[in-house]
Design a protein around this ligand. Structure first.
Ligand code: CUA
Length: 340
């Protein structure tokens, strides 16, 4: 019994610590003006639906308990049975109330939609999000090509500033949905689209692909990292830099492992000869808090498992297995974890 209680306490402690460190994902806890308006509309429709549900149940209960035929004889058919006028009035009133309610919901939806899309700015931060099976390429374009930042699965934004998000897809239709911040936006292959978004509360908010896009659709998450304007500028500045040249023999060997194996076929690390755009840009991999599109924490162990046997973690993903020697793997991990 004591052991069961200890086990229970340990489980609760683990769950609480996991909950406090994880990015939140909830449309019920808006972190920006747009999600706030969407939440308001949700509760209005919820309470209307609740009242309708209660009224229907009351009417149904009354109808099923009243006017029971108590006698065996058939009910006489009359031309104008008493009560028919009352029933007609009730039906017509219900119909009118239904039409008015649905029309009100339609008007409120349109007004909310207008307000949600009403954010704009003359000097916004521009972010390009491209959907891939099954990860997100995130680009901060700059007129100077060497100042453009490319990262993956983590969208950094400054707090309280409108951001314009350009969307596209490299393969099939995906849908970008950060519920704490905004509604869903489809990413269509071959079609550039755009929307505005704003986050008012600093924090990390988890988002999810909301359009079924194949086997690993459920493992196509992303994070919105909302930070102060200063922190955002520092982050962007750091991301603009090329990867640091390895300083010690282990990291240096890791770089050679990276460049000498299949990694180089799909990934870019600016500052090295790796320049393929098939998979996520890894120039600042170690600065990200999760890997494999929010599937695993960015720890040495998780990274090792992902490199060696990604198909067990995300079957069907484009990442190929890499059966490396332990020495090679350790060196590669040291190199990848140096990519701050
Ligand atoms: Cu991408 Cu579902």
């Amino acid at each position: 019994m004591k052991r069961a209680a200890q086990l229970g306490c340990a489980t609760v402690a683990i769950m609480l610590s996991a909950a406090c460190c994880q990015a939140q994902q909830s449309a019920m806890n808006p972190a920006g003006p747009q999600a706030g308006k969407i939440e308001w509309l949700f509760w209005v429709i919820f309470w209307i639906a609740f009242v309708v549900y209660v009224l229907v149940i009351i009417a149904f209960t009354r109808a099923s308990t009243r006017n029971r035929v108590r006698e065996e004889r058939p009910v006489p058919v009359l031309e104008n049975p008493p009560g028919e006028r009352g029933a007609a009035i009730a039906v017509h009133s219900a119909l009118a109330i239904t039409v008015i309610t649905l029309f009100s919901i339609l008007v409120m939806s349109i007004i909310t939609g207008e307000k949600v899309e009403g954010i704009t700015s003359k000097n916004p931060v521009t972010i390009q999000v491209t959907g891939h099976q099954w990860w997100w390429e995130v680009t901060y374009p700059n007129l100077q090509a060497d100042q453009t930042v490319i990262t993956a699965n983590e969208v950094h934004v400054p707090v309280g500033k409108p951001v314009v998000v350009l969307t596209n897809s490299a393969d099939v239709i995906h849908s970008f949905w950060p519920p704490n911040i905004h509604g869903k936006h489809d990413l269509l292959p071959g079609y550039q689209n755009a929307f505005w978004m704003q986050v008012d509360q600093p924090g990390i908010y988890r988002g999810q692909c909301a359009e079924f896009c194949g086997y690993q659709h459920a493992h196509m998450g992303f994070a919105i990292v909302a930070e102060s304007a200063d922190d955002f500028s520092k982050w962007l500045e750091q991301q603009r830099k090329a990867a640091e040249t390895p300083h010690d023999p282990e990291t240096s060997r890791g770089e050679q492992v990276f460049l000498g194996h299949a990694c180089v076929m799909c990934h870019t690390i600016r500052g090295t000869t790796a320049g393929s755009r098939m998979g996520p840009d890894l120039t600042h991999l170690a600065s990200r808090h999760m890997i494999a599109a929010e599937t695993l924490p960015n720890t040495r162990g998780a990274l090792a498992g992902w490199i060696v046997d990604p198909q067990s973690i995300k079957p069907g993903s484009q990442m190929a297995p890499n059966p490396l020697d332990p020495d090679e793997l350790n060196a590669l991990l040291a190199f990848l974890q140096s990519l701050q």
